[in-house]
Design a protein around this ligand. Structure first.
Ligand SMILES: *Cc1c(COP(=O)(O)O)cnc(C)c1O
Ligand code: SF4
Length: 401
């Protein structure tokens, strides 16, 4: 069976009253699709985000809506930012923003600023070189044993630092047509070396459970694919989407399912997000983390330690801490590699080994990821010097005398 994914549905202008990707988004294609999509549970209003109940309100998608919510001052120049990069703030994220704090780490991640109009010469539209490794629409095949499958290029939120900001959003690459999706699945089926399929985008969890299930059932038929991995921000920014139907859809391939939760600040672990993590892990999905090191959001040891501990406390194994990519208009988020290395080294002594992420850089131009944590062992005169977590240095023999 083919998925009715069409470009048209995504490029149509968003309706002002629509509940984001919940009722519409990439979901509302045909009547039969709509009928087969489970109705969302009734809202449980009293406590904000309590126990996984949906946060109320409509998503913010325009400058006018930002002004109305009191998140920005009316400023005509800000419209130029909105013309370049999509805006998206879900009710759950709005609940987390402290608009009285000018340095609020949540606002910084999601509220557009004029700084985005500044681009530097080293920034690129395709900072990690996806296009160089895209053999066909929707597939990025950089490493032999795994591919990215990008079925959708929209997200429930639009992070201001996004490394794919030129490709995602209503004005971005759209959603795969069903013919393109067929071709992408055929590409995977024809290549026995593909052991893992990584669903990213955009955010794959904006798809309805019904459509994800269809996709998973098609992957189930490919024997050489053993692992299906999702990369998503939905459990944090739209936790009410993680219901039983969604968990069932995510595991419908029968393969081992991993899900990388994207979060950058400990405040993102709201009660509703924690309930979503619990449903995912209780559904048999292995949870790992991904975060971006961001100036003014998490570039201090206390915040990073709380973030990593928060993941572990929620059964999410820290996986990657990304050095920020050279995406256009994101210079205000960039931290130097040296300070990133110092932060990661400081984490080592400070928090449990369970909480240690790998600090990685996606090498510009499509050369893949590299571990850029400072080496704690250096060779010198036929011997090694190992640095401990307090900075002490110790000799260590080469060992193969
Ligand atoms: C990041 C990435 C992956 C996944 O890399 P892991 O190190 O396995 O997490 C796979 N393919 C592409 C193209 C990527 O950019
Ligand atoms: S959720 Fe991911 S892909 Fe979407 S805007 Fe944020 S960083 Fe970009």
């Amino acid at each position: 069976m083919t998925l009715p994914l069409t470009k048209k549905a995504v490029s149509s202008p968003p309706s002002p009253v629509r509940g984001g990707t919940e009722a519409g988004g990439v979901d509302a294609f045909t009547n039969s699709e709509r009928l087969s999509t489970p109705t969302p549970p009734p809202p449980t209003p009293p406590l904000k985000g309590e126990g996984g109940g949906p946060a109320s309100g409509t998503p913010i998608k325009s400058i006018d809506a930002l002004v109305a919510a009191g998140l920005v001052e009316p400023d005509p120049t800000l419209r130029a930012v909105a013309e370049k990069y999509a805006i998206g703030i879900t009710p759950a994220v709005l609940d987390l923003i402290d608009s009285n704090d000018p340095a609020d780490p949540m606002a910084r991640q999601f509220v557009p600023t004029l700084a985005e109009l500044i681009t530097t010469p080293e920034e690129r539209a395709d900072p990690i070189g996806d296009l160089a490794h895209s053999p066909i629409e929707g597939i990025v095949h950089r490493y032999p044993d795994r591919v990215l499958l990008k079925a959708v290029h929209v997200c429930p939120v639009y992070c201001r630092f996004c490394f794919r900001r030129e490709m995602v959003g209503p004005q971005g690459l759209g959603t795969l047509t069903s013919a393109e999706l067929d071709a992408a699945i055929a590409y995977i089926a024809e290549r026995e070396e593909i052991w893992e399929v990584i669903l990213t985008g955009g955010d794959p969890l904006v798809l309805s459970p019904r459509r994800l299930r269809d996709l998973m059932e098609r992957l189930a038929e490919i024997d050489h694919v053993k692992i299906v991995r999702f990369h998503t921000r939905v459990p944090v920014v739209e936790p009410e989407r993680i219901d039983d139907a969604m968990v069932a859809a995510l595991t419908a391939s029968g393969k081992t399912t991993y899900l990388a939760v994207h979060a950058n600040h400990p405040r993102e672990f709201s009660p509703a997000a924690r309930a979503a993590f619990r449903r995912l892990s209780e559904g048999g999905i292995v949870l790992i983390s991904q975060s971006v090191l961001l100036k003014g959001v998490n570039d201090d040891v206390d915040t990073l330690a709380a973030l990593m501990r928060g993941f572990v406390e929620n059964r999410i194994k820290p996986y990657y801490l990304h050095h920020p990519d050279l995406a256009p208009g994101t210079g205000h988020f960039r931290v130097s590699v040296e300070s990133g290395q110092a932060l990661v080294a400081a984490l080592r002594g400070r928090i449990s080994g369970l909480c240690q992420p790998t600090y990685v850089l996606d090498i510009p131009g499509g050369h893949g990821k590299a571990d850029i944590g400072a080496a704690s062992i250096v060779g010198r005169d036929g011997c090694f010097t190992v640095r401990d977590w307090q900075g002490g240095e110790h000799a260590y023999p080469p060992g193969d005398a």
